[in-house]
Design a protein around this ligand. Structure first.
Ligand SMILES: Nc1ncnc2c1ncn2[C@@H]1O[C@H](COP(=O)(O)OP(=O)(O)OP(=O)(O)O)[C@@H](O)[C@H]1O
Length: 318
């Protein structure tokens, strides 16, 4: 096993992803591991990068920077299933079972069993292109489950399933985890799989934070070290820029209060000040320290709050 994995089946290290050179970073500085036998929820507002993160975890996309260590046997249910493939439902599942390394007989048996479990046995001989959306989603889920993956990645996999099939997927996830597999999922229902999730990560800005039980979040990559609080005001209607190293983020009516790891304060300030249009940095402070010593950021090229500043400040930019 890769020594960098530190016991995880897969680990992201300094991972960043953007879709165009010079374009905005969807994810930046992301680092966390996925443990065997754990159920992991990923959450975040629309368009923040949840699917991007899942594709990186599933290995069907590669980071622009950083690395993904480890590649367990992985199966993935995408947000949109490519239903136009030239197979019947059973033919497709058998084919996928073979791709995942099952012998022909085992793949055929698995295909039958999973279609049965999801109440879609009568569609075994139906071409994928003729399946209803719900039946097509059952096939999408079955293809991921049939080879017993070590890492199962589910992007809104419950969407489109009927109640019985949703319950069956809940059971299949519990079986995978009990069997030592890791399952990572995104779902719009905050009550999906209640009480069984081991860890929740929230995509906030371009960072991925650990969501703690009290509902706050802290940077999954940041150490427990010192932090800096940045208050900024956005131009009317501006989207929150991607800011690395965010531990917690609160925004209201264009006002943003970020706690960032002190190690990331320079880069966080730069991200705000060089956003297009730029954000107005209202104050920078070190929690728990006396006012007075954090240097003010310049408006374009910030020297930034000194991460290790022994005292604090409320500093206005100019
Ligand atoms: N293949 C791609 N090419 C270019 N931009 C992309 C691509 N995939 C995603 N994006 C952009 O990356 C950002 C994050 O998208 P992503 O789908 O990962 O977010 P999400 O949190 O899963 O969204 P949703 O909640 O709507 O499913 C969006 O701005 C999106 O437009």
């Amino acid at each position: 096993m890769d020594s960098d994995l530190e016991g995880a089946v897969l680990r992201l290290d300094g991972v960043g992803r953007r879709y165009a050179m010079g374009g905005p970073w969807v994810l930046r500085g992301v680092g966390f591991g996925i443990g065997a036998g754990t159920l992991v929820r990923i959450e975040g507002a629309n368009g923040t990068g949840k699917s991007t993160l899942l594709r990186l975890l599933a290995g069907i996309d590669a980071p622009t920077e950083g690395r993904v260590a480890g590649r367990p046997r992985t199966a993935y249910v995408p947000e949109r299933f490519p239903a136009a493939l030239p197979f019947t439902a059973a033919g497709y599942l058998t084919h996928l079972g073979r791709v995942h390394g099952l012998a022909k007989g085992a793949a055929e048996r698995g295909a039958r069993e999973w279609l049965e479990r999801f109440g879609a046995a009568s569609h075994a001989g139906t071409p994928l292109s003729e399946l209803s959306k719900g039946s097509s989603q059952k096939v999408a889920v079955a293809q991921a489950l049939l080879a017993g993956p070590e890492l199962l990645v589910l992007d809104e996999a419950w969407t489109g399933l009927d109640a019985a099939a949703r319950g069956e997927l809940d059971r299949a996830v519990a079986e995978r985890v009990a069997d030592g597999g890791a399952v990572v999922f995104v779902d719009h229902d905050p009550l999906r799989l209640p009480g069984t999730v081991d860890v929740t990560y929230a995509v906030v800005g371009s960072a991925v934070n650990v969501r703690t039980p009290d509902g706050t979040s802290r940077d999954a990559t940041a150490s427990e070290g010192p932090s800096v609080v940045i208050e900024a005001q956005g131009p009317p209607g501006a989207a929150q820029p991607s800011v690395p190293g965010v531990v917690t983020a609160h925004s209201s009516q264009g006002a943003l209060r970020l706690t960032v790891a002190a190690t990331h304060s320079d880069v966080a300030l730069r991200a705000l000040l060089t956003a297009r249009p730029p954000w107005h940095v209202v104050s920078v402070s070190v929690p728990g320290a006396a006012p007075g010593s954090v240097p003010a950021p310049a408006s374009a090229e910030p020297s930034a709050a000194h991460p290790a500043a022994p005292t604090t400040s409320e500093v206005r930019d100019r």
